[in-house]
Design a protein around this ligand. Structure first.
Ligand code: HAM
Length: 426
């Protein structure tokens, strides 16, 4: 039996890669415009890093992590998200001391053992950003503006929902009130909520069950329980978003699945992904750096799911497609093949994307190959033309053909082809 990829793990095939590259390139441009620098962190970390940051009582840590004991007997986890690793690296390398690099972005695979469905994988990729060291509400707004500009740059749209989860001063009071409210509902909630009301009560609020949501209609609202500092912060964030005319809605039931959040949280939502509505999400984590052993520095960030962005791009007609090669050399006969092989080397050195056939196929079948590779031009080298030092250059889109001189020096031909490519809009 053939071995297939693991459930929830997906190959990204060449015709899809163009969309990935488009997203990455666009994202890099925008990140750099906002002063971010790239960081690349390992996929494997000590399990403790995630238990301490995401929270031991979260779904991610309780039941979704790919954790194992390595050959030294250490508990290792394949990262389920990027923030914990970036903060770990930030602390480990004293990045705030050496050089004040506090705006970081990263791309890469994440692993969560969830039930796979459209837009939900077990290995998925995120582009994510973190700003460490500022607790100013302007930073929150700036980051949300960047998230919106990213989507705009991708040619996509999503709605922005925001909330505040308070801080260690005001959240415990709210939690107490919520727990008391939930006790009154005991026995009428779904299994998950019955469990969560004891382990992680805030999480009940974003339960997908309609019955539970009905019951939470008169649940206490976190925004009514914020301390003065958190309330002022939240108000200032909304003012800054208004200043830039960024549309948003306040969703006081948004609680997020990671425990490190404080104050502002936000999600970018769309109706175009079926059950998985979040294209991106993030928030403030003012206690995390200290919690992981660093200085008492605030932070905020967000991540977008690249597979979800790709799905959205595919639903649009203006999807970037795989770009073909510049030139295919169709050589006929041994001498022509030899010449083509040598010539191809020179043309590639001249910067062209070139392929040839090594199998001695017929002209017809080589032309088919050229079309399959999306060649802009085909250079046909027959024995007779070659004897005259010539080849036939065919423009694939129009079918126009012309004789060109095949000089010893391939650079003249590569210049000619480059000039032709730049003169027509492929
Ligand atoms: P998150 O909400 O867990 O946040 O994930 C962020 C985004 O990753 C989601 O909105 C979604 O687009 C994508 N995503 C999550 N799980 C999956 C999955 N199983 N399959 C496909 N896509 C998925 C975080 O991970 C935080 N680290 C974000 C953050 C950065 N907060 C502060 N800084």
């Amino acid at each position: 039996m053939n071995i297939k990829a693991l459930k929830g793990f997906k190959d990204i095939l060449p015709d899809e890669v163009a969309a990935w590259q488009f997203l990455e390139k666009k994202a890099r441009d925008i990140f750099e415009r906002f002063g971010f620098a790239e960081i690349r962190v390992p996929i494997l970390e000590k399990t403790e890093l995630f238990a301490r940051s995401i929270g031991a009582a979260t779904d991610i840590v309780e039941k979704e992590m790919y954790s194992f004991t390595d050959r030294n007997g250490d508990s290792i986890t394949m990262r389920p998200e990027g923030t914990a690793s970036v903060i770990r690296a930030f602390i480990e390398h004293g990045m705030h001391v050496q050089k004040p690099v506090n705006r970081l972005y990263t791309f890469g695979p994440m692993f969560r053992h969830e039930r796979p469905q459209k837009g939900r994988l077990r290995q998925f990729h995120q582009l994510s950003v973190e700003i460490i060291g500022s607790d100013n509400p302007g930073t929150d707004a700036e980051l949300m503006v960047m998230a919106c500009q990213l989507l705009e740059g991708f040619g996509l749209a999503a709605s922005l929902e925001i909330n505040s989860l308070g801080c260690p001063d005001c959240r415990p009071e709210f939690k107490k009130e919520l727990v008391a409210f939930l006790e009154g509902k005991s026995g009428s909630l779904c299994e998950d909520c019955e469990r969560r009301k004891d382990t992680n009560p805030l999480r009940v609020l974003d339960c997908k069950s309609q019955n539970c949501q009905e019951q939470y209609k008169d649940a206490p609202v976190i925004l009514d329980h914020l301390c003065q500092g958190c309330a002022d912060h939240f108000q200032e964030v909304t003012k800054k978003l208004d200043l830039l005319s960024i549309p948003f809605t306040i969703n006081s039931f948004m609680v997020r699945g990671l425990d490190y959040y404080t104050r502002t949280t936000f999600e970018l939502l769309t109706d175009d992904l079926g059950a998985q509505s979040a294209v991106g999400a993030g928030g403030r984590y003012d206690g995390l750096v200290k919690q992981l052993g660093g200085q008492d520095l605030p932070g905020i960030g967000f991540a977008m799911g690249i597979e979800r962005l790709v799905l959205l791009l595919h639903q649009k007609t203006s999807m970037p497609v795989y770009e073909g090669i510049d030139l295919f050399i169709a050589a006929l006969g041994d001498d022509a093949s030899k010449k083509a092989f040598e010539f191809m080397h020179g043309l590639r050195a001249g910067g062209l994307k070139v392929l040839m056939d090594h199998e001695g196929r017929s002209l017809k079948s080589q032309m088919k190959q050229a079309a399959r590779f999306g060649a802009a031009f085909t250079l046909i080298l027959g024995e007779d033309e070659l004897a005259k030092g010539e080849g036939v250059l065919r423009t694939m889109e129009t079918g126009d053909q012309e004789s060109i001189t095949i000089s010893q020096d391939a650079s003249k031909v590569s210049d000619l082809i480059k000039q032709k490519i730049s003169s027509f809009d492929l």
